[in-house]
Design a protein around this ligand. Structure first.
Ligand SMILES: Cc1cc2nc3c(=O)[nH]c(=O)nc-3n(C[C@H](O)[C@H](O)[C@H](O)COP(=O)(O)O)c2cc1C
Length: 226
């Protein structure tokens, strides 16, 4: 479908705020400063976070663009201590395997700066875990398989918005990918067509939280202009 093929599809006026160049510059800079403060946190405080904050962040994620607007995602928000404990037990089982057998030497070497290991206490300490699922297809009411397009790209973009939204609200996040993470689908009762994409741990950081002393590449290395 071309973007000009307006004739048959219903359209509505765009809700858009036109801003001056000065405003663009000011807003781009202040959002950059906000986002450059984001760090992956691995030590969380048990302080509760209201469900409404998590719901707003997930609604923000679900506003993301997606291939043919298929919205091929599901976000399972876990607050239950019982379910968090089950997730921790299953994740630590997989991670034990990962660190002792599955990971290549190169992979373990790449993980060294982060001082991670198979113990995942944050899966119980943090007030919320958000399991993100990606969906390759849906079954419509007629029982037909409806294929989704660009599922990983779409879910990755939605997850980026989720992380940005939680950070903007004032929470820390950990992007966690226990490998493999098929157990999430079983524990959280997702249908066959869903695949666990990642587990986002969120809450306040613990007061003594530290983060790896690492840097981002300078702009000139990650950007080219033509
Ligand atoms: C797809 C993805 C998977 C990740 N998986 C893990 C993980 O399983 N455990 C972990 O401690 N950190 C994980 N991270 C966090 C990265 O290590 C972290 O983003 C990176 O070191 C940069 O640090 P920063 O997020 O503080 O900028 C993951 C990040 C991404 C994007």
């Amino acid at each position: 479908m071309s973007n000009n093929g307006h004739e048959s599809a219903p359209m509505r006026p765009l809700d858009f705020e036109y801003r001056s160049v000065e405003e663009l510059q000011e807003r781009a800079q202040s959002f950059k400063q906000l986002m450059q403060q984001r760090r992956t946190v691995r030590d969380f405080a048990p302080t509760p976070v209201p469900a409404s904050v998590i719901e707003d962040a997930i609604a923000t994620a679900a506003s993301a663009p997606s291939g043919a607007n298929m919205q091929p995602w599901h976000f399972a928000a876990v607050q239950s201590a019982d379910v968090k404990r089950k997730i921790r037990i299953a994740a630590e089982q997989e991670e034990n395997e990962f660190y002792s057998h599955r990971a290549s030497d190169d992979w373990l070497e790449a993980l060294k700066p982060f001082a991670t290991d198979a113990q995942k206490p944050f899966l119980e300490t943090a007030p919320w875990l958000i399991a993100v699922f990606a969906r390759k297809f849906t079954i419509n009411e007629a029982g037909e398989k409806l294929k989704h397009y660009y599922t990983p790209e779409s879910v990755g973009i939605a997850t980026g918005l989720l992380i940005a939204s939680l950070h903007n609200a004032g929470l820390a996040t950990l992007t966690h990918t226990p490998s493999p993470m098929g157990f999430l689908k079983d524990l959280l009762g997702r249908p066959a067509q869903d695949r666990a994409f990642l587990l986002l741990v969120t809450g306040y950081p613990s007061e003594d939280a530290v983060v790896p002393d690492i840097e981002k590449m300078p702009l000139h290395e990650v950007m080219s202009r033509w």
